[in-house]
Design a protein around this ligand. Structure first.
Ligand code: JD8
Length: 407
């Protein structure tokens, strides 16, 4: 009978530490189940097994003096070599070394690490690990080594950080979380914090559940939840809304006349696809001259997004008075360079434009081609609804959403 080859885990994790029991929580809950199901393989190794002196010591006094002790290189080298030796000659794990001075651990990094087949985490203690261990791992063992920080505060060692990192990474591995759909609208997944959640009973201790959630009106619920996400993010994490829009490589600022030539070019490029999908050329953006763009930058709040100096996106807003006399924010010329689309930049520029408006603004509206499905889908997801009735301009649709007070 042919032996069924053991299913390779989607992710293998090795952890080296002097406190193996610290990692016991990885036996529990979804991570524990995923290990039992063979989706994840997690092994914890005691560094002291590689300390051979009578006291199995793993630390010594720091060269150059100073408080505390430093972890010795030899036990670490042996421990890492033993872990790496377990795999085939070509396989090499990615080594993650938690440290307060490391690169910030983010959801984006969690997504990146979740693509790796094999991760090794080195938990330091005392004042840290002799730096030559990392050089040895990179240069002699050929490992990609990342020093990563959980956050701007000081822990006593790397174990707590590894617990958090392994959980954040492992839950992104297919099959670990039951309904992957729930991963989509999470905080930090798309640059906005999550909306508030409620369950039975309603009311509870005299506190009611927001009515819209009981309405069954999914568009209204989506709009409310998006509003809540914007409001919370603006209140608690404005850094996520400005200016790099949660994307370290992006610079966003108000446009100046110097931006006009590139902006004119970007708009022409972006509205060509609108003209094609709507089979018409009488689209205002296609008929704007460079001077018109310069004039518009002066007349409207125009934001430009640059990545590595290149203008990759823009949005323009103006305030108009509706028939009822209320102030409405009109969002226009939202555009993202074709090669930069699909990364959430359009939605973030839209959120920035909305958030930039004063409290007096009660509605936000915009117009797009009736056949611009992709744009309409983005606006709907952002909580806009199609305005009923004939559009001002034939072949277009108008979308609007209400802003909550104090949004
Ligand atoms: C690894 C030793 C303790 C750190 C002297 C206190 C991560 N966000 C984070 N804060 N602290 C750590 C961390 C702390 C560690 C080790 C990670 C290994 N220590 C040291 C330097 C100052 N003691 C961390 N990730």
């Amino acid at each position: 009978m042919t032996a069924v080859p053991a299913r390779r885990p989607a992710l293998r994790v090795d952890v080296v530490t002097i406190f193996p029991d610290y990692l016991a929580p990885l036996d529990l809950s979804l991570i524990g189940k995923a290990r039992a199901d063979g989706i994840l393989e997690v092994a914890v190794h005691d560094l002291r097994e590689h300390a051979h002196d009578r006291h199995r010591s793993v630390d010594d006094t720091p060269y150059g003096g100073g408080a505390g002790m430093v972890m010795k290189p030899q036990p670490w080298a042996e421990a890492l070599e033993a872990v790496v030796a377990k795999a085939g000659p070509t396989e090499r794990p990615r080594l993650v070394v938690p440290g307060p001075g490391g690169a910030p651990f983010t959801q984006a990094m969690a997504r990146e690490l979740a693509q790796e087949p094999w991760l090794v985490f080195a938990c330091g203690r005392y004042e840290g690990i002799d730096e030559r261990v990392l050089d040895h791992a990179r240069e002699d063992l050929g490992l990609e080594v990342s020093v990563v920080s959980l956050g701007d505060y000081v822990l006593n060692g790397g174990e707590v950080a590894v617990l958090a990192m392994v959980e954040a990474v492992a839950r992104l591995v297919p099959g670990v979380i039951g309904n992957a759909a729930s991963l989509v609208e999470e905080s930090h997944e798309d640059g906005l914090l999550e909306y508030p959640v409620y369950t039975k009973p309603d009311p509870w201790r005299g506190r009611a559940v927001p009515e819209v959630l009981l309405s069954g009106n999914h568009a209204a619920i989506a709009a409310w939840r998006h509003e809540q996400r914007l409001a919370r993010t603006a209140a608690r994490r404005p850094d996520l809304l400005h200016p790099s829009l949660g994307d370290a490589g992006l610079e966003v600022r108000l446009a100046t006349p110097a931006d006009a030539p590139e902006l004119h070019l970007l708009m022409l490029a972006c509205w060509v696809s609108e003209a094609v999908s709507n089979d018409r050329l009488d689209i205002p953006a296609l008929h704007e001259s460079l001077d018109d763009v310069v004039t518009a930058i002066a007349a409207h709040r125009t934001w430009v997004a640059r990545r590595a100096g290149r203008l990759v996106g823009s949005v323009r807003t103006s305030v108009r008075t509706t028939a009822t006399g209320a102030d409405d924010l009109f969002v226009g010329r939202l555009c993202v360079a074709p090669d930069q689309q699909g990364r959430g930049l359009g939605r973030r520029l839209l959120a920035l434009a909305e958030d930039d408006a004063t409290d007096a603004i009660r509605t936000v509206s915009l117009i797009t081609g009736a056949r611009s499905e992709r744009n309409i889908r983005l606006y709907r997801k952002a909580g806009y609804r199609l305005l009923p009735g004939p559009p001002q301009i034939a072949g277009t649709v108008e979308l609007v959403k209400r802003r909550r007070t104090g949004a």
